[in-house]
Design a protein around this ligand. Structure first.
Ligand code: ADP
Length: 792
């Protein structure tokens, strides 16, 4: 019975071992934690200690890693229980005289292998109890000395093994605790062997690189993270081997593919013989810092580039006004950025023109004292010795209390602007002088509001003070009452944006004097899209008076030449007049004869008297025309039938033409065109041309002296009169001079006939010229504006 009870007790004890090991599943949590928490931080663990601790840590991590993957505690428990059972039964039931219970040491080691101190303790006590129980069962009648000695030896083995296992567990637990502490760091701690295979990978590394420890371990670190060293990888390795440490920045690719910049500190781990064993890396993610640094650098570069790009000398100043150049624009003035701080802060003063320095210093001092923005101009000397005008301005930078911390300023070269301003002033003065001398003002008008700008001369022409605001009303107030409608019409054209305005009108000045002005303007589009008239207002009073005097002289000259011409035509005129008078006499005699007959023939007498009256009328017309040609009077422009005008002119020279043997051919346009003009003056032109033609044909013999006079339309606006002869023609060298006064080729000529013709035709708005037809002779011709019946 005692044997059966002992066996049962042994069985229960083994079951207890199994239960204890089962309850140690928690150790696996620790082991797992170990896997991911072992860490040795160079900053937390002194180097010597680290050297000792790290190889252990590497082993622990490896073991822990392996433990996770080995058969679990359940298998160990079953194995331990089976082994304990086997040892117990063999010890209790067999009569082998060996210390079989020494094998309990293996049971204890198996249990210790699960990592639980409590289980190890318990299994040790259980194994000791089983040893004693087996001794009692195997020797119920007394324990022989040999058996007792064997059991005692087994108990000593169990005690020693348990002690060592528990000590080992205690030191491991201590290490884990330390590793837990080290794991509190945010740094990534990685240990890799000399083949770059990762042996240790802490939570920080997991977080930084993304790979969990179980995927990272045993991987080649540089391939896994695609490390990019700042130098060649071999150089880094050589430096590490030589110095035992290496600090630097690396680029690595994380598990998710993003590239991070790492500040890495490497420490080389050597064994007792100094042989390199592993590398301990402490890595920090400095991507953000790096990016910020790069961004800061970029901003600084950008700022410097901007400072250099600004077309001015940039400077900063202390709150008390000591200036320091900040960009290279100062180079041209022989001061480089930094010079002022290194040498002399008042260096800039040496640059300022002596005449400008006192004023500039004074203004600058007062700006610094009051904190008001600074603005001024001064000449600064370049390194080539030339002074340049600068516009200098500065603004203070204040702190949150409003106190001035620094000043920032810029000097802008305004030399060109100054010169341009001076040139502009000069040209404005020239323009004003020119306008004054030529009596020409400028008027600009903006549309649609009619806002105006007058030059000084325009004010002077209108007789207004220069401070009045120019307007259309002011112009109308000065316009001669008879011309107001004309000016208003032009203003309407301006509002309708007519491209060109050309108007002449009179001004009635406050002293009742009359001015003649001529305004020409054109429409120009400004950049803003608004239209503007820019024009010139000329005071043509003097020219007008001169022109009137000229016209008067011309009229008088024309009169004189007409009278002279009449003198030349005396024979012809006498013939023209005597012919109707003789006809009157003849008709009178005939009438008398018809009346004196015994049977007076009243009808014949009446007819003869009618003829006499017609001849008297004809004589009277001729006399009237001659009188009007001889009369001294101003031109009178009236509508005229062009064909009738030519007819009347021919009538005066007809006899003269016959005397010269001229055959006259007339070709009138039908219906007869009308013109506006002075009858007598235009007759003078026609007579002159026909007489010249007759004179040019005087020497012609052997061919017909044909004079061809024609009227036609030159175009829709002008009539065309041609007087073509078959005379000597015009020599090429004379062609340009015919119409000049006093040009003549005739010994008895005066050379003013054609010049007067030109004055008359041009005064009528027409043009006169001479051509040499291919068949010979000359074709003198002129145009005149056609009269369309509209009031002039
Ligand atoms: P004048 O008849 O007194 O010379 P004009 O002014 O009438 O002055 O003519 C100027 C000159 O023009 C003439 O001297 C003559 O040389 C030339 N001339 C004018 N008409 C003709 C013409 N039909 N044919 C050739 N020459 C002409």
């Amino acid at each position: 019975m005692p044997g059966t009870a002992g066996l049962l007790a042994g069985f229960m004890a083994m079951l207890y071992i199994a239960l204890l090991t089962e309850s140690d599943a928690g150790i696996r949590g620790n082991v797992s934690a170990l896997n991911s928490t072992i860490s040795c931080h160079a900053a937390l663990v002194p180097t010597a200690q680290c050297r000792r601790a790290l190889p252990v840590a590497v082993k622990v991590q490896r073991r822990a890693f392996e433990q996770v993957r080995r058969p679990d505690a359940r298998a160990l428990r079953i194995l331990a229980a089976a082994l304990a059972s086997a040892v117990f039964f063999a010890d209790a039931l067999t009569s082998l005289h060996i210390a079989i219970s020494v094998l309990y040491v293996v049971v204890i080691l198996l249990v210790a292998f699960t990592g639980s101190r409590r289980a190890t303790h318990s299994s040790a006590w259980t194994c000791a109890a089983l040893t004693l129980a087996a001794l009692a069962i195997a020797h119920p009648h007394g324990v022989p000395g040999g058996a007792a000695a064997r059991s005692a030896m087994s108990l000593v083995a169990i005690a020693v093994t348990s002690f060592i296992a528990i000590r080992h567990q205690a030191s491991t637990a201590h290490l884990i605790e330390q590793i837990h502490l080290l794991n509190l760091t945010h740094d990534a701690i990685v240990v890799y062997d000399m083949n770059d295979r990762i042996a240790f990978w802490n939570q920080g590394a997991e977080k930084l690189y993304g790979w969990p420890a179980h995927r990272a371990l045993r991987q080649p670190i540089h391939e896994l993270t695609r490390t990019r060293f700042p130098a060649a990888a071999d150089e880094v390795r050589a430096a590490l081997l030589q110095a035992g440490r290496w600090d630097g920045e690396l680029e690595r690719t994380r598990d998710d593919g993003t590239v991070v910049t790492i500040a890495s500190r490497l420490a080389l781990l050597r064994d007792e013989r100094g042989k390199p064993r592993a590398v301990l890396a402490t890595d920090n993610d400095i991507t953000l810092r790096k990016n910020l640094q790069m961004e800061l650098q970029r901003k600084q570069d950008e700022m410097s580039a901007m400072l250099e790009a600004i077309p001015g000398m940039i400077w900063a100043s202390t709150h008390d006004g000591e200036i320091e150049p900040m960009n290279r624009r100062w180079d041209a003035f022989d001061i480089a950025p930094g010079d002022a701080t290194r040498k002399d802060r008042s260096l800039w003063r040496t640059l300022v023109h002596p005449h400008d320095l006192p004023r500039l210093e004074n203004d600058w001092r007062s700006a610094v004292a009051t904190g008001a923005p600074f603005e001024g101009t001064a000449r600064l000397r370049r390194k080539d010795g030339l002074y340049r005008w600068m516009h200098i301005c500065a603004e203070p930078l204040r702190n949150i209390d409003g106190a001035i911390v620094r000043w920032y300023g810029v000097n802008t070269d305004i030399e060109e602007r100054k010169r341009a301003e001076e040139a502009l002033e000069r040209s404005e003065a020239f323009l004003a002088d020119g306008q004054r001398l030529s009596h020409t003002g400028s008027i600009a008008m903006k549309l649609p509001d009619g806002e105006m700008l007058w030059s000084h001369e325009a004010y002077r022409i209108f007789g207004y003070a220069a401070n009045v605001v120019p307007s259309m009303d002011l112009i109308l107030a000065r316009t001669h009452p008879d011309d107001i409608a004309l000016v208003r019409q032009s203003y309407r054209q301006i509002l309708a944006e007519a491209p060109f305005i050309d108007i002449e009108h009179r001004l009635l000045m406050p002293d009742r004097s009359v001015k003649h002005v001529h305004y020409v303007a054109h429409l120009s589009a400004r950049q803003s899209g608004r239209f503007e008239y820019v024009g010139a207002l000329m005071d043509v009073t003097h020219a007008k008076h001169t022109e009137e005097a000229l016209t008067r002289s011309m009229t008088e000259l024309a009169h004189v030449t007409r009278v002279t011409m009449l003198g030349e035509l005396t024979a012809s005129i006498a013939h023209e007049v005597s012919q109707p008078i003789a006809a009157i006499v003849t008709c009178g005699h005939a009438a008398l004869r018809w009346l004196d007959r015994p049977q007076p023939d009243l009808a014949e007498a009446r007819e003869a008297i009618d003829k006499a009256i017609r001849s008297a009328k004809r004589a009277s017309d001729i006399v009237w025309r001659i009188r009007s040609m001889a009369q001294k009077r101003g031109p009178a422009h009236v509508p005229l039938d062009l064909n009738a005008l030519v007819d009347e002119s021919i009538e005066l020279v007809l006899h003269e033409l016959h005397d010269h043997g001229v055959e006259l051919e007339i070709e009138y346009m039908s219906p007869a065109p009308h013109i506006i003009g002075d009858r007598v003056q235009l007759q003078q032109v026609l007579i002159n041309l026909m007489m010249n033609g007759a004179q040019a044909m005087a020497a012609v013999t052997g061919r017909a002296k044909r004079l061809w006079v024609a009227t036609r339309m030159a175009d829709a606006q002008y009539v065309h009169v041609i007087v073509k002869d078959a005379g000597t023609g015009i020599k090429a060298e004379h062609a340009g001079q015919l119409f000049e006064a006093f040009f003549t080729t005739r010994s008895e000529g005066m050379g003013i006939g054609l010049s007067i013709c030109r004055s008359i035709v041009e005064a009528h708005g027409g043009r006169i010229w001479a051509e040499s037809p291919p068949e010979g002779g000359a074709a003198l011709q002129f145009t005149l504006p056609v009269y369309d019946g509209r009031p002039q």
